[in-house]
Design a protein around this ligand. Structure first.
Ligand code: C2O
Ligand code: CU
Ligand code: CU
Length: 500
């Protein structure tokens, strides 16, 4: 047995705060057009490369693997209904710099170490372009994906999805934003240009030399850890950045791109936070918040009006600890934007439309000492036969029966859905007697979850019900927990939409 020595870590808590300005993410530009079927469509090329970046003024450069040459990668901005092609060449070295667990499904010793495949999270994309976890390719290869963008304005994000090493690839830096625009959103005259700021939240731990650290299990023979929480939070790839703002209204597009961390965000000085959109676009009305919870994979579209904070510094905090500073300029108030009372309605899908209700358990199985705990979906592993086969165009209710002590953010590819409710149940009665006994009435989703979602927090000890229309394409997709450590270790399942 090889005893594993922990490296010395970089003491990021000693770094001076607010010395770096928040990086504004680059935009990807189309390279030209290519033939797709009978049309010519815009084509982008986003190479996956190794590069270095400074995460703080006083830290040495850190090596990342990511899209383009930044972490997060370049933002792709598209118009609803305007299809594009993206070429995603893998130009990485052939050895991974993070610890692979060869016991995980798909990451066995006979598999190449460095494999990538890109998934556009939240996209209504055909199965061949969805980034199926087994469709990975090695350095020197590429995939050209087709995104129809036939969907409402929303903040999507692209990230790696390679079987068994997805958590390592995303931690290495493989993530970026993708913004869909539409006429309705434009008609609202939301803050734009310099007043629209994407904010990508990630957490990382650094070794003394400034390089990324990923822990390995202390159990004999084990490498996989059940969750990764970095000791340092980064915004757009910087530690404790600041942003100079005028005293007007800003729109922030937030993504939690962390492996396992949930954020509980708030502003200092009683500054107001108004959420206007969620994963799949605008809510039906703005929601005033004092605290915003964001699970891995979730997005939030928020507006902050700095006009009553001229010449002040406002902090963005997570669990009451500052993670970023807004420096509000002195002087006259810049134009402000007041949210309307309501946006386009999110019409509720009627329960009566559902042709099928699936009961799906979220389980945690503690096995033996050298084959540690595993999380499963409905008691099944990745390679078990496909059990969820909704008919194209049909509506179903999926009930996530969470028997574990964790909240699992459950994501379905291709579709958008609505959260119906969460209802507590008697876990022992369910686990030992197979009886589903509810202990309280169902609770409707929070106001800021009452829109179109693609990732839902399934609370422990509760049944979380969602209603989904399986629209778009027939074919094979996946659904999974978005805690990347869970996803890499069997908490992911294929599902298949069958033609009607
Ligand atoms: Cu962010 Cu399978 O997805
Ligand atoms: Cu997805
Ligand atoms: Cu999970």
């Amino acid at each position: 047995m090889d005893s594993h020595r922990e490296p010395n870590l970089f003491r990021t808590e000693k770094l001076p705060p607010f010395v770096d300005c928040l990086p504004l993410l680059p935009f990807a530009k189309p390279e030209g057009t290519r033939r797709h079927g009978r049309k010519r469509v815009s084509c982008y090329r986003v190479p996956i490369t190794e590069f270095t970046a400074r995460v703080h003024r006083d830290m040495p450069p850190t090596t990342f693997w990511g899209y383009g040459a930044s972490m997060p990668g370049p933002t792709i901005e598209v118009e609803r209904g305007q299809e594009i092609l993206v070429d995603w060449p893998n130009l990485l070295p052939s050895k991974h710099f993070l610890p692979i667990d060869h016991k995980l499904m798909g990451a066995e010793r006979d598999q190449p170490e460095v494999r990538t495949v890109v998934h556009l999270h939240g996209a209504k994309a055909p199965p061949v372009s969805d980034g199926y976890p087994e469709n990975w390719y090695t350095p020197g290869h590429t995939s050209v994906y087709h995104y129809p963008n036939d969907q409402e304005a929303a903040l999507l994000w692209y990230h790696d999805h390679a079987m068994g090493i997805n958590r390592l690839n995303i931690l290495a830096g493989m993530l970026g934003l993708y913004i869909v625009r539409d006429d309705y959103e434009r008609s609202l005259n939301l803050p734009s240009g310099a007043h629209e700021v994407p904010l990508v939240l990630t957490d990382r731990t650094f070794k003394e030399d400034g390089q990324l650290y990923y822990p390995v299990s202390q159990r004999p023979g084990g490498v996989w850890v059940p969750e990764f929480f970095g000791n340092t939070i980064l915004l757009n790839g910087k530690i404790l950045p600041f942003l100079e703002v005028t005293c007007g209204t800003y729109r922030f597009r937030l993504l939690n791109g962390s492996n396992g961390r949930f954020y509980r965000l708030a502003l200092s000085d009683k500054a107001r936070l108004v959420q206007i959109g969620t994963d799949q676009g605008l809510l039906s009305r703005p929601v005033d918040l004092t605290r915003l919870i964001l699970a891995p994979g979730e997005r939030a579209d928020i507006v902050i009006d700095f006009s009553s904070h001229a010449d002040q510094n406002i902090l963005l905090t997570n669990d009451n600890r500052p993670i970023m500073q807004f420096r509000v300029a002195a002087g006259r108030a810049a134009p402000t934007w007041t949210p309307p009372a309501a946006f386009r309605p999110v019409s509720a899908i009627a329960r009566s439309e559902a042709v099928e209700t699936r009961r799906l358990t979220l389980d945690e199985i503690d096995t033996t000492l050298d084959d540690p705990m595993v999380h499963l979906l409905d008691g099944k592993r990745w390679h078990d036969p496909i059990s969820e086969k909704p008919v194209l165009g049909s509506t179903e209710i999926w009930e996530f029966i969470n028997t574990t002590d964790d909240t699992h953010p459950i994501h379905l590819h291709l579709v958008r859905f609505q959260i119906l409710e969460r209802q507590p149940f008697d876990v022992p009665a369910f686990v030992y007697d197979k009886k589903l006994v509810f202990t309280a009435p169902p609770v409707p989703p929070d106001e800021n979850e009452a829109g179109w979602k693609d990732t839902v927090r399934a609370s422990p000890g509760a049944v979380t019900r969602i209603i989904v229309r399986f629209e778009g394409f027939a074919g094979r997709y996946v659904w999974h927990c978005h805690i990347l450590e869970h996803e890499d270790n069997e908490m992911m399942r294929p599902y298949e939409i069958v033609p009607g």
